[in-house]
Design a protein around this ligand. Structure first.
Ligand SMILES: *Cc1c(COP(=O)(O)O)cnc(C)c1O
Length: 225
């Protein structure tokens, strides 16, 4: 079963700091998701379109599904419905595809801009410079009228070096402070700072993160990884 004690500890921790807790349910059995739902949890994160589509119809529709994985353009049309928030918008092409999909469905799609803060080559995301330009464009709204920007997301380098993780998170938090200052008239667009996972959520919280995405600490190890 799930680690209920850890979940309750995380819930209290997040509530005390005004942080939103996303339970990352990718590759977890449905019974565990249902168990957490029955405890009252409503925000769940998935990283594959097919898996999300298979799952979301098995659960009540008051769940807020967060899409957190690298998203291929051709899969956008498979979303039914569009997730509550797409964290992983990591390139221009995807902005265009999502905007078109929003127009087609006559709805606004909630997104975060993924910023590459990790030193590894494998992590997706905009550079700080690209992210700034993209955020400016999204907020001006002369482009991408079917996208609703909510903030930014990032993943730190996968390392035991906490100092490095901390400095990566802090660099993004500083960027957010600057962007919020630049766009004080649209505070809702830069509300969310989605950083922190099972191993580094307290570093993320101390850096100023206000949305954490936690999987294995709540659910236990994934079925296949
Ligand atoms: C899997 C995943 C998480 C959760 O990871 P855990 O270490 O299990 O907490 C968070 N964010 C993203 C983007 C993920 O892919």
């Amino acid at each position: 079963m799930i680690n209920e004690e850890k979940y309750k500890e995380l819930k209290a921790y997040c509530a005390a700091r005004n942080i939103e807790l996303i339970a990352v349910s990718k590759k977890q059995p449905n019974e565990k998701i249902q168990y957490l739902y029955d405890l009252g949890h409503r925000d769940f994160g998935e990283n594959r379109v097919e898996e999300l589509q298979n799952k979301c119809h098995l659960f009540p529709d008051d769940i807020r599904w967060h899409f957190i994985g690298h998203l291929q353009s051709k899969k956008v049309k498979l979303f039914e419905p569009i997730p509550y928030l797409i964290h992983s918008v990591d390139r221009h092409k995807l902005l265009e595809v999502l905007d078109k999909e929003g127009a087609k469905r006559d709805q606004k799609i909630n997104i975060l801009i993924q910023v590459k803060i990790a030193k590894e080559d494998s992590k997706y995301g905009f550079t700080f410079k690209e992210a700034e330009k993209t955020i400016d464009n999204l907020i001006k709204e002369d482009q991408y009228s079917h996208l609703a920007l909510k903030g930014v997301m990032a993943m730190a380098t996968f390392t035991d070096n906490e100092g490095q993780v901390q400095s990566e998170f802090i660099s993004l938090a500083k960027f957010m402070v600057e962007m919020r200052k630049k766009h004080t008239d649209s505070p809702k667009s830069l509300e969310v700072l989605s950083i922190g996972m099972s191993n580094d959520y307290s570093i993320a919280a101390d850096a100023g993160g206000n949305m954490v995405r936690i999987g294995s600490a709540i659910f236990g190890p994934r079925k296949y990884d």
